[in-house]
Design a protein around this ligand. Sequence first.
Ligand code: NAD
Length: 475
Amino acid sequence: MSMVEHWIGGERVSSGAGFTDLSPIDEQPVAQVARGGEREVRQAVAAAKAAFPAWARTSREERARLLHAVADGVERRVEQLALLETTDNGALLRSHLRGVMPRVAHNFRFFADWLLGLKHDDFETRGHTNHVSWDPAGVCALITPWNAPLMLATWKLAPALAAGNTVVLKPAEWSPLTASALADITAEAGLPEGVFNVVQGLGAEAGAALVDQPDVARVSFTGSVPTARLIGAAAARHLTPVSLELGGKSPSLIFADADLDLAVDLAIEQYDNAGQVCLACTRLLVAEEIAAQFTERLVDRIGRLRQGDPRDLDTDLGPQIHRRHLERVDGFVRRAKAEGARVLAGGGPNEELGGLYYRPTLFTDVPDGAEILREEVFGPVLTLQTFRDEEQAIELANGTSYGLDALVVTGSPERAARVTPRLVAGTVWVNCFFVRDLRAPFGGSRESGIGREGGTWSFDFYCDVKNTVSAPWAK
Ligand code: NAD
């Protein structure tokens, strides 16, 4: 079994203690992982702090060149990284090969190019010039979840490095492997020692220690709301700016004028990654007139989803990440049943497959206010509610404490123009899902997060934006 160590100051560093990383495919151990704590975190932050001045002064062109070299390294290893990630977090190999790993490389290329194109706003005030610049902030702490480990880590890492910061990354303990592989790729690309560091470990130990370091200038976190509250409180002690990308309970609004085939396709997409997607629009809100027809088609499609080994390229639905997570998902399903919700599909673990496979589940007739309509499950569980009119659809859509995204399926551009501005969400998709452009802002409203990243928004966060005002020079 492989041993996964930290990556600090350009070297592998071990810890006295370790933990076992299991594969969700068969719950068998795949690696022993160093279990970092305060000591390793301090060491990594010190290495990042020492590397910062030189990296911050490195020209933009050189930083961009190095990030492209990292992207080259990722592209050379797409297959290896895809298989490693699938083994570690159970998401489909097909998605890792075709979408995720190429996107990881794109994250580096995009932010390298965006850096070179960043426009400095210069304005003039009574003969004085105002020069606005993006100065790197310092050491950035990045903390990431397990559902899309390398994608989410690099979506933060690339702009943080491009901006001239140094980084300490703490990947999720259920999916530590690709962050470690990335360390080797950055070294091979020639990234100077200490610019990128990885501390492995548990959230309550390595994660908590990292956000409580006075030398950390930024904390960017993707994960759950309860963890975000702890991180926000720790960062507040040091007045460290935080970016929080959190969970969701997002709605799909399916209007009577929708293309029904498209509506069913989009609903099925909400089971992607076995439901372990923050953006999943799991609350299907369907116009009364088409509800029966839509439901019949959806149930039929759910029945045809192929569940199984995520390494099989024909599989549609893999396992849940961990037994604890599967039990959490099942707890939501059991309580929904107890509250009177009716199961239209699934409703429990897949007994034929055993292990961590959970059947794609659909509930209807869910009583108002039931937990399953309010709380993020983060598993393959959708609910279906009906609405009479646009007003009720919007009210139901906005009726949770979250606001990550929303999906609108309609054949009417006028309706889309009326409805979308009234939805509380960081992203609204109309007749499409998961079309992501790195130039666009990404983040959540309400409890789905604080701040936006993407394009210039990322540089705003990872930099100290400065205005230099100069009086006219004497002739
Ligand atoms: P989590 O909050 O349990 O863990 C996320 C990370 O935080 C892990 O690396 C973990 O080790 C670390 N952590 C845990 N406790 C910590 C502490 N006290 N201090 C510092 N770090 C700590 O979340 P998860 O279960 O790994 O991920 C699932 C959640 O992430 C879901 O809520 C999902 O919606 C959300 N998510 C959001 C987005 C987004 O972009 N909005 C994307 C993916 C996932």
